[in-house]
Design a protein around this ligand. Structure first.
Ligand code: FAD
Ligand code: NAP
Length: 544
């Protein structure tokens, strides 16, 4: 294997990797990006299932780092669909000439820290072989929801029809016309895909393990006026976004649910329901901390389902119960519940009895065989840690990341883990990441990491690593903060509950995007409190 060297290796060319490359290259670092896919865009490259769409408004789910970019790009809808977001990622890659430093169809298999040299040895794999590369810094821009999860069903390899996962959708699309199809899973992906699949296929059978709360997007074409309002005020609005709790500007009603009458509460929910999107959850300020308050919102959504779905038994099966609304990732849909009024859609409740097995002609559940031409798995991802664990990451003294994180991820600020010097994670566990408008969280992490690398270079520092104590304190803080909310009460992928055997730990940081940013900034202002450095002491003293 030939060996090259560079300052920084970035793994992943989604929105994190693209912005990292742009910033670091502009600052004079030598950078290589490795991307398993054949193109840029990450999530929006892989998740091409019908109906895939963003549920953060387009004007907010976009980069803020370049004023000309945000002025020149026009979004066609309030909530952009996957093809348009992918087009945007491709535009960014072209506009900033990023592709020349990205190696596509290249999977990073291992990253090992050499204690002697203080460098990372990265090994890649391609169809033609692999390569080893040495880098001072390694940045995992590998995404939080990028490793698709297909259930380990007996007999699946003998099933003779087509199988698809929403997160690995064929680029050429799939024509389901005239087919009987199964959809397994009713999370955000399933809920988006089912209405579109039902309009195309002959028949759709949905296998539902847990019903989900879903809000209508009320999506529509972007109006010129709305886009202009944003574009004229982008700098101020972007700054405001950065200090919000969710990374999005939403109308938050800062009063508790029970501070108003029942009629008024209904009116508040109804208004937000009609506006559409996740703004519904901003109806009252105690919905994620007070179970009774939460129940008022949950029951409102259930009643909407009961009013929408004509068959009362199906409506009751679809109405989520037993866990608070928003504690599993809230879904946003276009005509999801209405779809169950179609003659060609059936719902199978698998909450008590799991799918037994696959057979050559379909799926067996509760003793009945269902025949399908295709099965669509909308069964989610091994989130937050799964993608990192698929890379053989070894830090100081050969310690494996998967061993260190055996009982749950351990990071300082979601940025680094003790024992893994010069290895950063963008939107890693322990940061707001998946609880936020991720564009805002991505930009914040990329800026923090690149500023750190520039600072180290100016001071002649070679190695950065968090202190164990700082990391332990942060892990504790992340955990305590989560348990002040209702989130840990549901079996969500935030808790690792969707993967058999995964530790049940609330992985993202729920303290909010703005407060978290302030913590990260204060750490820097305090001379990178909680981190230690190795390097050229003389140069450092001269720089200070
Ligand atoms: P990703 O986009 O996941 O990119 C990571 C890249 O790393 C991938 O291309 C992958 O191939 C590559 N990679 C991973 N491992 C390796 C390896 N070992 N070697 C080489 N390459 C590797 N967020 C929101 O804020 N709002 C939304 O509405 C929203 N909708 C979503 C809808 C779907 C269907 C999904 C799955 C996610 C959604 N997200 C949403 C989250 C979304 O993942 C982020 O918004 C954002 O796109 C993440 O960008 P990223 O670059 O950090 O990661
Ligand atoms: P998900 O939310 O994890 O949903 C997976 C679904 O599959 C759940 O209904 C789950 O049931 C079910 N499931 C998993 N394993 C199963 C099994 N063995 N048997 C039967 N059912 C099984 O995954 P997702 O829908 O792909 O969404 C993942 C995340 O991506 C979202 O939470 C969101 O962050 C993001 N996303 C966002 C959008 C958007 O609107 N912008 C769209 C798609 C995805 P249980 O609930 O019982 O586990």
């Amino acid at each position: 294997m030939k060996q090259r060297e560079c300052d920084v290796v970035i793994v992943g060319a989604g929105f994190s990797g693209l912005y990292l490359l742009h910033r670091l290259r502009g600052l004079g670092f030598s950078v290589r990006v490795f991307e398993a896919g054949a193109g840029v865009g990450g999530t929006w490259y892989w998740n091409r299932y019908p109906g895939a769409r963003c549920d953060v408004e387009s004007m907010q789910y976009s980069y803020s780092f370049d004023e000309a970019l945000q002025q020149e790009w026009d979004w066609s809808e309030r909530f952009a669909g996957q093809p348009e977001i992918l087009e945007y990622a491709e535009h960014v890659a072209d506009r900033f000439d990023l592709r020349r430093d990205i190696e596509f169809d290249t999977t990073v298999k291992s990253a090992r820290f050499d204690d002697m040299t203080g460098r990372w040895a990265i090994e890649t794999e391609t169809a033609k072989g692999g390569e080893a590369l040495i880098a001072k810094f390694c940045i995992m821009a590998t995404g939080c929801i990028s490793t698709a999860q297909i259930p380990d069903l007996d007999g699946l390899s003998e099933y003779t029809g087509g199988t698809y996962h929403t997160g690995q959708w064929p680029h050429e699309g799939v024509d389901f016309t005239g087919q009987r199809i199964a959809v397994v899973g009713t999370g955000s992906s399933g809920i988006q895909a089912i209405p579109v699949l039902a309009a195309q296929a002959d028949h759709v059978t949905v296998f539902q393990r847990t019903p989900n709360y879903s809000l209508p997007s009320q999506n529509g074409p972007m109006t010129e006026e709305y886009a202009r309002q944003w574009k004229e005020n982008y700098p101020a609005l972007r700054e405001e976004q950065r200090y919000t709790i969710k990374g999005s500007i939403r109308d938050l009603n800062d009063v508790p649910a029970y501070s108003v009458s029942a009629e008024e509460r209904q009116a508040v929910y109804e208004k937000r329901w009609q506006i559409g999107g996740t703004g519904f959850l901003g109806a009252f300020n105690d919905l994620i901390v007070d179970r009774e308050a939460n129940e008022t919102a949950a029951e409102f959504v259930r009643n909407k389902i009961r009013q929408t779905v004509r068959n009362p038994q199906i409506a009751e099966l679809l109405a989520a119960k037993g866990y608070p609304i928003a504690t599993k990732r809230i879904c946003v849909d276009t005509g999801y519940f209405e779809t169950y009024n179609r003659n060609n859609v059936a719902l199978v409740d698998i909450s008590e009895t799991p799918i037994e097995k696959a057979v050559p002609q379909g799926l067996v559940h509760a003793g009945r065989t269902y025949e399908f031409d295709s099965i669509v798995f909308a069964t989610g991802f091994d989130a937050m840690t799964g993608t990192l664990f698929r890379i053989d990451i070894k830090g100081r003294e050969g310690r494996a990341l998967r061993d260190k994180w055996r009982d749950g991820p351990r990071t300082y600020l979601g940025l680094m883990s003790e024992g893994f010097p010069n290895l950063f994670t963008i939107t890693g566990p322990g940061s707001p990441s998946v609880l936020s408008n991720m564009m805002v969280s991505i930009e914040q992490h990329v800026d923090w990491v690149t500023d750190c690398l520039v600072d180290m270079r100016s001071k002649g520092r070679e190695v950065i690593e968090p202190d164990l104590q700082a990391e332990d304190d942060w892990v504790e803080h992340v955990n305590v903060t989560a348990h002040k909310t209702l989130y840990p009460q549901s079996a969500s992928w935030y808790m690792g509950a969707n993967i058999p055997g995964k530790p049940r730990i609330f992985m993202p940081y729920i303290g909010g995007v703005g407060p978290y940013r302030k913590i990260c900034d204060a750490v820097v202002a305090d001379g990178y409190r909680g981190f230690r450095f190795e390097g050229d002491a003389a140069k450092e003293a001269a720089a200070d």
